[in-house]
Design a binder for this molecule. Structure first.
Ligand code: PEP
Ligand code: MG
Length: 568
């Protein structure tokens, strides 16, 4: 996670004004500011009621306007692909949503004009979605967007939305309707920054798909005038007004070099001076493994086996499990595949494995602990892994999730070795990091799951958006535990990988390597970014960055310190 929304007040004497926000799509672009067309003028309430005889006409006018809006958006959806197409067609559907339409019609039947009725009904839905919070709250932006489009149609105002400038420009906005973002032409809009919105907003998702550098949650943007030259830095999360030309050109060139390196990444991973670092992928099945191979991952660093169990009321038979694992092993012939045994429970409940009524499931019977209740679950899964290994000639590494004690690790290792497989455990509970030397006496490797390790170290639910600053993988306590674990691996001469989300952050990846981590495993889509970044730094740079990050007081200081250390 990046730092919380913040802004730096412009200081003219100190140089160009720099506004900070949450970086969501890397890349750097410079251009003049354009802003979305002015807001649609909404009708005031309080007008005299429409005469009863005219109400059917109002209903027809409304139906025609809503239909026109829906058709226009649907046509754009048909011309778009991926998330953009999905967003445009879901906004189009909203314009024909039965609930919204009948709320408008009721108001018209009670005497409101079509435009007033549209505004009133939309407000009712905005309040509903906002009250629900979370992902549903984002739907309120869609409702407002559809409202504005219908009112513009009814009142003869121009279609709201984003301009199509002649010169490649930077779009600054308070917030963008998903349909506006989805309709952006990357040849005309080269970057975007918004005052509102978070890293998981639709704006962010679509900008990612379009490959547009993007920063959201940037305070102070409202004061930047249209036409002003700005630099959007989607990696650092900043918007610089009137950037110094030489520095701006250098920063753009640097970012372009990173993009080019990313496109040409073929693996295997290593630092610029040749220190090898396996860059692996997190997958859940054969399809994912083949996609990871195509993305030039060197292997699989985390096969989340439980994901293939979802939707099963009962445990899948050994042969069926084995067939699934064999598909993954076959995607990397002779390569590395690290399989994790069933991680059921807490955020991943499984009907046949986890108790339904725990008061505190994150601290309950999850991960390897499910074998306490049903040891056969684990042994049958290990049998299936061994069967798949035999049928493909692979030698998979097998690790258990949520291990807390050395005794658990020793028992697990014995069961894995008995089947000719390579045993390890995940480091998700701080007890493992603290006693990593003792664990490694029994195991061949460790793999740090930073998602859970941060949850259990900072005592903050990993799913809580409100506590995301605590589960930030740059938290000093988390970094200290990673370093302690990697140091134990160095002493034992055994590999220590990272397979949590931390491994997907190219900057943090350098820090992890500097701490002694030997492999990084992330989503297939992040492999090239991590691999390409590592190829630009020496091991000594990584070590310097690791020391700087470990000494920092908080996550944002750690990021800054690491970046400065890598820059030399
Ligand atoms: C982790 O906890 O970091 C991890 C990789 O496992 P999961 O996210 O599947 O719990
Ligand atoms: Mg985990």
């Amino acid at each position: 996670m990046s730092s919380p929304t913040s802004s730096t007040a412009p200081d003219i004497l100190a140089g160009p004004a720099v506004f900070a926000g949450t970086p969501v799509v890397p890349g750097v672009a410079v251009g003049p500011v354009v802003r979305p067309a002015g807001a649609v003028r909404l009708p005031e309430g309080g007008a005299a009621p429409v005469a009863e005889a005219d109400r059917p006409v109002e209903r027809d006018r409304f139906a025609a306007a809503a239909g026109a809006v829906a058709r226009r958006l649907a046509a754009r959806a048909a011309a778009a692909t991926g998330v953009s197409a999905e967003v445009l067609s879901s906004t189009a559907q909203l314009a024909t949503d039965r609930g919204l339409l009948s709320a408008v019609e009721q108001r018209i039947d009670a005497g409101a004009s079509a435009a007033v009725a549209t505004v009133g009904a939309a407000q009712q839905f905005v309040e509903l979605f906002t009250g629900l919070g979370g992902v549903m709250a984002e739907r309120a932006t869609d409702v407002r967007d559809v409202r504005d489009r219908i009112v513009a149609e009814l009142t003869g105002q121009g279609e709201p939305g984003v301009p199509a400038p002649e010169t490649p420009s930077v779009l600054l906005a308070d917030d963008l309707a998903p349909a506006d973002t989805a309709g952006l032409d990357p040849a005309r809009i080269v970057a975007l920054a918004t005052r509102l919105g978070g890293a998981t907003s639709h704006t962010a998702i679509i900008a990612r798909q379009l490959g547009l550098p993007c920063v959201v949650g940037v305070g102070g943007l409202g004061d930047v005038p249209s036409g002003a030259l700005v630099l959007v830095d989607g990696e650092r999360g900043t918007v610089t007004v009137d950037p110094e030309p030489v520095a701006a050109r250098a920063r753009v060139a640097e970012a372009q070099a990173v993009t080019a390196a990313l496109a040409s990444y073929r693996g295997p991973g290593s630092t610029r001076d040749g220190h090898p670092v396996q860059v692996l992928a997190n997958v859940q099945d054969g399809v994912g493994a083949r996609a990871a191979a195509a993305a030039h991952a060197e292997g699989v660093g985390l096969l989340r086996t439980e994901l293939a169990f979802f939707g099963h009321a009962t445990e899948p038979p050994v042969d069926e499990q084995a067939a699934g694992y064999a598909e993954v092993f076959a995607a990397f012939p002779g390569g590395k595949v690290v399989l994790r045994t069933l991680d059921a429970g807490s955020d991943k409940p499984l009907a046949f494995a986890t108790p339904p009524d725990e008061a505190n499931p994150a601290l309950g019977v999850r991960g390897v602990r499910v074998a306490r209740r049903d040891p056969g679950l684990l042994t049958r899964q290990l049998d299936a892994v061994a069967q798949a290994a035999r049928s493909t000639g692979a030698t998979p590494w097998v690790m258990a999730p949520m291990v807390a004690t050395v005794a658990e690790a020793a028992d697990f290792a014995a069961a894995v070795r008995a089947r000719g497989l390579v045993p390890g455990v995940m480091v998700e509970v701080p007890s493992v990091a603290l006693l990593a030397d003792r664990f490694l006496e029994h195991l061949d490797f460790l793999s740090i799951g930073t998602n859970d390790l941060s949850q259990y170290t900072l005592a903050a639910d990993r799913l809580s958006a409100e506590l995301a600053d605590l589960t930030d993988p740059w938290q000093p306590a988390l970094l200290a535990l990673v370093r302690a674990t990697a140091a134990a691996g160095e002493r034992a001469g055994k590999p220590v990988g990272v397979c949590g989300e931390a491994a997907a952050d190219p900057l943090l990846a350098c820090v992890l390597v500097g701490m002694g981590v030997t492999s990084l495993s992330c989503a297939a889509g992040s492999v090239a970014g991590v691999g390409a970044k590592l190829a630009t730094v020496d091991l000594a740079d990584c070590r310097r960055a690791a020391r700087a990050a470990l000494a920092a007081a908080d996550p944002s200081a750690a990021r800054l310190a690491a970046r400065a250390a890598l820059a030399g």
